[in-house]
Design a protein around this ligand. Structure first.
Ligand code: BES
Ligand code: MN
Ligand code: MN
Length: 457
């Protein structure tokens, strides 16, 4: 085994402890009460990058949370890999469902439990440690590396898009390497070549000028909560088809080859159902579960509030009702266009008994990466060597909006080298990450940097 791979094996417990230190910082980007914590996580990574020996380690302040860049350029004639990751995390709520404290990393059966363990602190940290293994074992880095780490991924990367537009020279590279997705299953290395996009909306329905007695006014005054439910119920039909006018106009249909690729994936629908404690699944007619969850666009209510939520009963006709609704998009749907179509459609469903307001939150473009891209082949080879197994190529339903911008602005493809698995419970209580995959992830990243030179574009 090489010096680099040995170095990783010999230092894995130090690496784990450093990851645990990072996991102790509650860097929740969406909550302004945690702004200092997000900064603390950024500072922790800055000191890591400096200690590892990277050059030009810089913390860039933004209107929101900081962006970190660093680099090690050693060969002008070798490819440059830009490594992206995010150090912000989702809120930990509902906290009472955590079996261990969300910001006190706890190891149980070889998995570390903590918010951000997999998404994305644990996964992105693998690359820092892989680069460290070269620089601290007197082994020349086989390619050039750059880092870009952000603290706003979970809120739609509002400051990263302008940053990459303004810093194209600083970020110039041949490809982007990202570990922020999931493998197809345990011990099943996978490369994700497609991600869905996102259009995130909020709908507010306003009726009378105050909450009313539902006995005195009920039947004579329209109820915003009822109206909201009626509108929502018209957004999809019984077959799961989105009814927003024009929604499917730009959707690229699945080719027979793509459907064939899906059909050979080792997917067990019964197991999937059981893992969710469900009696039945639901989705768009004519598509398989995997296709529905990654290659087809969809629409879901993410939050819904109105009226009395406390204990017991309160007879009230609420003055207001609101919903958060997101749509997952696939090529070639455009987030802004879909947001516009949604707003128009919802307004067209509104009766004149209420006011309906529709607001758009962040969006993100969908991506599909060309399977012929040489970087994917190098990543597959690295996985093969470390996991001793053939790689699967999959599409996933989640979104990493910046991937499309890396392509549009910097003109480069991304390699989605995920080390997580579905069991990691991203965004849910009891998020965890397998320490075995943390270890293999570091080794795979190091191997990728080594074998990349054997592949050319
Ligand atoms: N790492 C996830 C995205 C992901 C997870 C992709 C699993 C594929 C498989 C990322 O941190 C995330 O949660 N993204 C958000 C998008 C964002 C704009 C809030 C998402 O997908 O909801
Ligand atoms: Mn993530
Ligand atoms: Mn996430």
């Amino acid at each position: 085994m090489s010096r680099v791979q040995n170095f990783i094996d010999n230092n894995i417990s130090t690496f784990e402890n450093e990851l645990f230190d990072l996991l102790r910082i509650p860097s929740v980007s969406t909550d302004s009460g945690h702004k200092e914590d997000v900064k603390k996580a950024a500072d922790f990574l800055i000191s890591q990058l400096k200690e590892i020996g990277l050059d030009n380690v810089t913390l860039h302040e933004t209107k929101g949370h900081p962006i970190i860049t660093a680099e090690k350029i050693t060969h002008s004639d070798k490819p440059t890999v830009l490594i992206y990751g995010h150090y912000d995390v989702q809120p930990s709520d509902p906290d009472d469902l955590w079996k261990t404290p969300p910001f006190e990393p706890t190891v149980i059966d070889g998995r570390v439990y903590a918010r951000g363990a997999s998404d994305d602190k644990g996964q992105s940290f693998t690359h820092l440690k892989a680069v460290q293994a070269y620089l601290h074992s007197d082994t020349e880095l086989p390619v050039n590396v750059k880092f870009i780490l952000e603290g706003e991924e979970e809120i739609g990367s509002p400051n990263l898009v302008p940053f990459i537009k303004e810093n194209q020279e600083l970020l110039s590279c041949d490809m982007v390497l990202i570990s922020d997705t999931a493998m197809f299953g345990e011990d099943q290395p996978s490369i994700t070549y497609g991600l869905r996009g996102l259009a995130y909306m909020e709908v507010h329905v306003t009726g009378p000028n105050r909450d009313l007695h539902s006995g005195i006014y009920g039947g004579a005054v329209d109820n915003p909560a009822n109206v909201l439910c009626e509108i929502i119920s018209k957004l999809k039909d019984d077959n799961g088809v989105v009814q927003v006018e024009g929604f499917y106009d730009d959707v690229a249909s699945l080719t027979p080859e793509m459907r064939e690729a899906y059909s050979i994936l080792p997917f067990d629908e019964e197991e999937y159902k059981e893992s969710l404690d469900l009696k039945a699944l639901h989705g768009e007619k004519g598509y398989s579960t995997l296709e529905r969850a990654s290659a087809r666009p969809t629409l879901d209510v993410n939050g819904l509030w109105s009226g009395y939520q406390g204990e017991g009963a309160k007879t009230v006709l609420p003055a207001k009702a609101s919903a958060k609704v997101s749509m997952r998009l696939v090529p070639d749907q455009e987030p802004d266009k879909i947001a516009g179509l949604f707003a128009k459609h919802v307004k067209s469903l509104a009766p004149d008994t209420v006011e309906v307001e529709v607001k758009a939150h962040h969006g993100g473009w969908p991506v599909v990466i060309d399977l012929d891209f040489y970087g994917l082949k190098a990543a597959a080879e690295a996985f093969r060597q470390i996991y001793d197994k053939e790689v699967l190529f999959t599409r996933e339903g989640g979104s990493i909006p910046i991937v499309a911008d890396f392509k549009k602005v910097l003109g480069v493809n991304s390699i989605l080298m995920g080390f997580g698995i579905t069991r990691d419970a991203l965004h849910s209580p009891n998020e965890s990450f397998s320490l075995k995959d943390f270890h293999r992830g570091i080794k795979t990243s190091a191997k990728f940097l080594e074998v990349l030179n054997d592949f050319t574009g």
